[in-house]
Write a new protein. Structure first.
Length: 119
């Protein structure tokens, strides 16, 4: 069985983390309605296209935050020495899968099952 190269996978996870953080920052800068508490006061006559871009930004930002959470879990697992093991069934995650997605915290089987549940 192939053994995951934890060192190179770790640096890839860290690179992804930095990239996502800078993307979130950029999104916030571009968001016309960005506020700290995320409360939007829509006043009459608010530019519809600006509002639309705000909503798109929120969706994107939530997506990025989900990715970031997963990356942070993966980094914690690296520290704990449980990296490469599925969070759900505790089986080893396929090395090929880790190479495609170094921040994967579930094995393929569990991820598919979790995806099904979401729907
Ligand atoms: Zn699993």
């Amino acid at each position: 069985m192939k053994i995951p190269d934890i060192k190179s996978l770790t640096s890839r996870v860290e690179t992804q983390r930095v990239a996502i953080l800078s993307k979130i920052k950029r999104l916030k800068r571009e968001d016309p309605f960005a506020t700290d508490d995320r409360a939007i006061i829509v006043e009459p006559g608010t530019d519809a296209s600006a509002l639309f871009s705000h909503e798109k930004t929120i969706v994107l930002e939530n997506q990025l935050k989900r990715d970031l959470t997963e990356i942070e879990v993966a980094l914690t697992k690296i520290k704990k020495g449980t990296y490469g093991l599925c969070e759900r069934c505790h089986e080893a995650i396929d090395v090929a899968r880790l190479e495609v997605k170094p921040a994967a915290i579930y094995c393929m089987k569990c991820e598919n099952e979790l995806e099904k549940k979401k729907r």
